[in-house]
Design a protein around this ligand. Sequence first.
Ligand code: ADP
Length: 697
Amino acid sequence: MRPGSRRALLGLSFVLLPAAGIAYLGAVSYQEDRGIVAAKLDELFNGAELVAAQVEEEVDRTLDAVAERFQRAEPVDEEGLAELVRSYPLAARPFLIGRDGGLRYPAAAPLRAPRAASRDGDRFARDAGTCPQRGFDSCVQTIRAARRREAQLLEARRREIGTCSARGCKPTERGLAEARRTYTALARYDDSAPEALVGLARLMRRAGKNEQARQEYAALGRRFPDRSDSEGVPFGLIADLGSAEVEGDPSGFLALYRKLLGRRYAAPAAVLANVAARLRSRLAAADLTASQRAELAALDARLSAARREAAFAAALAPEVDDIARSAEKQASGRPARALAKTVVYRREADGSVVGLVIDRKMLEAVAERVDADVRRLAVGVRIVVNRMGHRASDQPAIRVLATTGFGPVLPHLTLALVNDRSLPDPLDEIVRIRGRRHLAITGGLMVLLLVGLFATIRGAARERELARQKSEFVATVSHELKTPLTSIRMFAEMLQQQVAAGDHEREQHYHGIIVKESERLGHLIANLLDYAQIERGTRRYSQQRVGAASVLEEAVATFQRLHEHAPPEIRSQIDDDVAGAEILVDREVVIQALLNLLANAVKYGGEDQPIEVQLTGRGDRVVLAVRDRGPGIPPGEQERIFRQFYRAPGAYKSSVEGTGLGLALVKRHVEAQGGAVELDSAVGVGSTFSLVFDRIV
Ligand code: ADP
């Protein structure tokens, strides 16, 4: 393919491709944008669904853990719960409803017994209850004896108190001795023994016999740890409290307080609360060590936690029946109005119901912990849990990105991915990013289009110019060939016809013209051949070391020989420091180049103007210069005159003959050998063409 048509094709593709690109972008981008926005919406919705599903799973896992915890024999205490909450944050308020529909956990009373207290007050009747097996008579006797002992206990208690007046009660010495005797006697019988022992201990304390009092309490605690008095107070507790009071040592009270909170006494909550209050006031007044104070604080905290639990139980109470009735094997949840929270519960295999009371904040905290990769979906994305029907979008500062519901576990709640309105909207962001990219691509294509258009226009202009130059060249070359040929033919014919026969001088003149014209012809043909070789890329140079001065001198000599009929005035100047300088060039080619420059100097500078040739040094370079005093070359032309076939407009007008090839050949030849061609010219002053080569040392 010709270089011209290749350039044209390239220019055309530079125009067509960007134009097609812009059209394509316009056509598909709208559709693509919509697709991408829809995909982003899907992604947001899927993110919300994923988080919701994981929250539901977490609810299930928590229920499993809570059920497992309740199934273990030990009670759910503060530490156990705290440990559970560490792994399952939703387990902060668990509850358990027994098979009977009663609330097992949390406890309704701050202090409660591990099992129902065995009311012992009616021990006499209980004894009587065993009668039938023994036969009626013995039964009657037993009951009578029991009643008698009961009456005796009462009597002894009365003596112990003594006679009462407005100032108080005062027992007599005799009365006390009597009471002691009665108690001692009654301590032998199983039914009356506990109260008799309590009475004895009381009497010992009154008498200041602390050691004996302690012994009585010890016996009471040892013999009747499981029995309680008529008020339901366990004798074990009475014994421990009594011993502690006898000792009067705060550590004893503290130990008892600890035992009490540790639910070691089976007694009605009210009794335990009473004892706790009594112990608490003793301890408040006591002189405690630092570690005792710390333990007291810890026990107090336990008590208040137990109270909180009781408050929770009270709040849960209205829901309990409903929950117990509606619980299924599958976990389900609903709002608990009394609690202003959500209850989630399920029935276990044993018929009991485990459940959790959770609030939205807890769910949000769990959702935030969920390992779904939602954070990359938008800047500052947050998770919000709301009631169904509540519109998060009502809050003007918040942007709802996606909303989804939960399954049956939390049917009344929704989960939304939101971010603040002050932060970027991910959908806008997509459109913006794509918009920017489209603009960049379209901009790039536009630039390409413009470049293509420019290149095409320029290419066309150049093609036209080249075509013009070539046709001029053909005309010039034909003329250049024809002129010398005509002269040669004319003078040769004149010689043949012996026009100047006998006139030796004229004959010589004719011969001279024929020689000069054929040399001009030869020169022209050499230039044309050179040009053809360069164009084909087959021009070879045989470079060798030559003296720069000798090259210059030979060029001048040759030139003068060519113009021997009217030799132009040529002034040579060779600087001393470069007189012996050598350059590495194809000697003939450089001489030819200099001849071209000299010919131009004569052609354009005018035959009667002197021509100067100079050999000078410039650093490590050698400059061969040809200067004329001709019309000079305007700055705008100085670059163009080195183009092939280019002839300055003035050259045509002045009818100076030429092909526009001379300088193009000079430049190519010199540059091919590592040299450079320089032009220094001013209109009206003259021109200096210089060939610059490296000097070899
Ligand atoms: P040609 O001489 O055959 O026209 P060249 O390539 O040798 O072709 O020169 C190109 C053009 O440069 C010339 O047409 C002429 O206009 C200009 N030129 C060359 N040498 C000189 C000079 N010494 N003084 C002024 N113009 C010059």
